[in-house]
Structure formats: C-alpha cells, structure tokens
Design a protein around this ligand. Structure first.
Ligand code: AMP
Ligand code: ZN
Length: 450
C-alpha cells in the first residue's frame, strides 16, 4: 500500500508499526453548527483510507476528536443563552447521524475536548516546565515556536523569510505570520460561564492542544497515521507536532495525509464564505446519502473537487447502472475475467487511494458482466464494496421503522394537529438526529432512513 506522506512529501510504502494494527487520528468537527459537505469530503476520504487499510488485512484503531469548546462554540452557546454542553449536543448528534447517512465507518473513540481538560492542562504544564511555553501578561500561556527546533517541518517553513515574533491568541494564522500560539487562553468577559481553573488561572484550552493531548492518550506518544483536510496542515498540525514532540522528545506521527478541498466555483467550500451545502440541504433536495457519498469519493483525495449538481445526476445514473448489473450477479466461482478487474481495483486503491481508477475497474466489471453474464460475480462486487461502501448500501430496501422513531413520529403528528409548529420542527430535528428523514405528504408523515 503506497501513500503520499505530507511530512516527507514522498510516496511511501505504508504498514503498521506494531502488531498489525494501525493507530490513526483524524481531526473531527467543531460542533457549533451542522457540518457541510466540504467537511464530509475530509471524513469520506478518511473513511476510504480506513477501509483500504482494513482491505489489506490490518486492524484500525481510529480516534476522532469533537471540538466542543472554542471561540465559535462559546459564541454560539452564549448567543443562544444555553449551556455550552447543551448547545454542542445538538450538533454532535447531528454529526453522528450524518456519518450514518454517508455510510462512514465509526471510529473506535470520539473524545470530546471538554472531557479532557485535565489531560490538556497536564500537557501545557509539561511544556512550561520544559521552558518551551510561557505565561504572558494577559494570563494566557503560549508556545514559543523559536524554542522548538523542529517547528515548520510539516509545512516546510523557511524562518529566515518570516515576520515572526508576534503572539497569536486566535487559533488560526498563516505561514507568513508565524508567531507564538496560545496553549491556554485566559478567561475573558465574552466567555461568560465557560471556563476551567488551571495553574495559570481561570481559562480554557487553545484549539491545537486538544489533539496532541487526546491523540497521545488514546494512541500512545508515537503512532502511525494522522489525517485531515489540507487547511489543517498549517498551523494546526504543525502545532500538534510541536506540542507533542517538545513534551515527549519522541517522534509524534509517522505518516501525515491530507485531502484537498471541496470547492464551489473554484473557491473552498466554507462556512465563512457562505458557499456551502450541509448534508441535510442536499437530502432535502431529494439526493440520497449514497449518491452524495459517490460524488465525495469519486475524485483523487489530493485533487481539487468542484461541487456541482451535475455530478450528483451522474452519480445517480452510474449507481443505476451498477444496480442493474448487481441484481443479476450470482454467487459461485468468479470467472477469471472478473478476478482480473478485482486485481486492477486492488492495485488502484493501494496506489495512494486511487479511487477514480478503482471505479474504472468496477465499471469494466459491469461492462463485461453485462455482455458475458453476471454469474459468479457477486463476490467480486462484495469485495470491492468493502472499500467503496456504496454498492450494497442504502439501495432503498424497506427498513422497518424502530419503535422509538415511531413514538417521535406519533408525537409529531399530535403537535401538527395542535398547530404547534415549533414542537413539530423540534421533533423533526430529533428524528433526523436519529438518522431518519420525515416528509409531510397528503397521506401523513413519511419516514425514511437518511
Ligand atoms: P473544521 O470543523 O473546520 O475544523 O473542519 C473539519 C474537517 O473538515 C477538517 O479536516 C477540515 O480540514 C475539513 N474541511 C473543511 N472545509 C473543507 C473543504 N471545503 N473541503 C475538504 N475538507 C474540508
Ligand atoms: Zn486536530
């Protein structure tokens, strides 16, 4: 299995360091809003990566964090006048429902930042002790980038051409303005009730420290693989390396992988530009999780992907073509020509996750099965689907509505009868958070799996 390592900028042979198990950390969502499909491009890439590792016979221990305290979550909770934990719970639940919709395999651990404040404080204390971090006059603690000789090795920063020295309290900054970054932020008026006591006074962690603290807690001081979208590479991942390696003196991560952005009209899809679709937006327009997954994975992860509705239309047609063939496929011994396509498929996924080439092998299989007969090809489709996760997923087969969903539907029907629209909407969200979409029609509510 070959992968492109962002740290060395080379294609490298990949294998777990220990016991056939890959320890993998993926930066997860900031739960202040619904994730958009740009975010899900990153999570879909990580899902493919995880599945390809499993396809190669290794086990995966994946940790994905939930950022449930930062500037955005605090602002959202305080503006809504609710406790931070209540505010973020809505979006955590929605996130897990969305992962199901897209058939993204679950990570083994989803640690939330607010559950790991002591671990973060301990790590910051260690950095202060080692002299690479200091408390400033404003009561915040900063990492001194000049004290860590390896700073810049991931982003390949050339310090001689930098205006360095400034301090950054915000979590984001660019390569041209490298400065000491905040590990612990002193409490401010705008934080309202959010804050924890620490050796440096009341405050809250910076964003970067959570990933170093939680990854090392669950995966060890040195682990195999760390991933994210390309925008995470700097400063977030650079800072994670600095924090971890300055504290332990050991290499933090062997392989770093980053996916390119999902774009809209050539620009990164992002909340701040306002050019985004959430998964729910697309479901409401009648697209399925299966179709959206198809679009998100059918581009090389390091290539830009422009979002367009025509791509969803193409996905629908391609899936129909696959479905028609798979319906005819039977068990039994696979013909040699089918196995040849499986070999091509395997070579493609092991060549730095070349999913477009893997799809080409799948369509060669479909084409040949259509002309020669699909007897004995079922196992080949099933094998390919271990990586793709969409041939047999969400094909609209009727699934029984579970009792707890039915109870929510009944309550919602009551609320609608009483014209209590707020309650009706709240119940719709609760049903969606549990993975079901409800549509109102003349003949009542129609529920289907998202
Ligand atoms: P955030 O919630 O902004 O921290 O982002 C969560 C994940 O989504 C990170 O891995 C980001 O790099 C990734 N991400 C954000 N926007 C995009 C995009 N337009 N395309 C691909 N990945 C993205
Ligand atoms: Zn992270």
């Amino acid at each position: 299995m070959l992968v492109q390592n962002s740290l060395t900028r080379r294609l490298e042979e990949f294998a777990p360091m220990e016991n056939g198990e890959v320890r993998m950390y993926t930066c997860g969502p900031t739960v202040y809003n619904y994730a958009h499909i740009g975010n899900f491009r990153a999570y879909a890439f990580e899902d493919i990566l995880r599945r390809v590792i499993e396809f190669n016979g290794w086990k995966v221990r994946q940790v994905m964090n939930l950022t449930d305290v930062d500037d955005k979550t605090i602002r959202g909770a305080n503006a809504a006048g609710v406790a931070l934990a209540d505010y973020t719970k809505t979006y955590k639940d929605a996130f897990f429902a969305d992962l199901k919709t897209l058939n993204i395999e679950s990570a083994e651990v989803y640690p939330a930042a607010t559950d790991h404040i002591p671990e973060m404080i301990a790590l910051v204390a260690k950095l202060v002790e080692k002299g690479v971090a200091y408390k400033s006059d404003d009561g915040s603690v900063y990492f001194s980038v000049r004290k860590f000789p390896g700073y810049g090795k991931l982003a390949h920063i050339d310090f001689d051409n930098q205006r360095t020295g400034a301090r950054c309290l915000g979590d984001e900054y660019d390569k041209e303005n490298v400065g000491d970054f905040a590990l612990w932020k002193a409490w401010e008026e705008s934080d309202g009730p959010v804050g924890w006591d620490s050796p440096w006074g009341r405050g809250r962690p910076g964003w970067h420290i959570e990933c170093s603290a939680m990854s090392m807690k669950y995966l060890g001081e040195t682990f195999d693989l760390h991933t994210g979208g390309i925008d995470n590479l700097f400063p977030h991942h650079e800072n994670e390396i600095a924090q971890a390696e300055a504290a332990t003196g050991k290499p933090f991560v062997k392989t770093w992988m980053h996916c390119a952005h999902l774009k809209v009209n050539g620009e990164k899809m992002s909340k701040s530009l306002g050019n985004f679709f959430t998964l729910r937006d697309l479901l409401e327009k009648g697209w399925s999780g299966r179709e959206i997954r198809y679009v998100l994975i059918n581009a090389h992860y390091r290539a830009g992907l422009n979002f367009a509705f025509t791509a969803l239309e193409d996905a629908r047609k391609s899936l129909a073509r696959i479905d028609a063939c798979v319906e005819k496929a039977t068990d039994g011994e696979a013909p040699a020509w089918a196995l040849k396509h499986l070999d091509d498929f395997t070579a493609a996924v092991n060549d730095d996750l070349n999913i477009p080439r893997a799809f080409a092998a799948l369509f060669e299989l479909v084409r040949e099965a259509n002309s020669k007969g699909a007897e004995g090809t079922l196992g080949v489709f099933q094998h390919m689907d271990k990586v793709l996760g969409l041939i047999f997923f969400g094909k609209g087969g009727k699934e029984e509505i579970p009792a707890e969903i039915q109870a929510l539907l009944d309550q919602r029907a009551e609320a609608r009868k009483a014209k209590n629209w707020a309650e009706s909407d709240r119940l719709r969200d609760a049903i969606a958070a549990a993975g079901w979409l409800v549509k109102d029609s003349k003949s009542g509510q129609i529920a289907s799996r998202i």
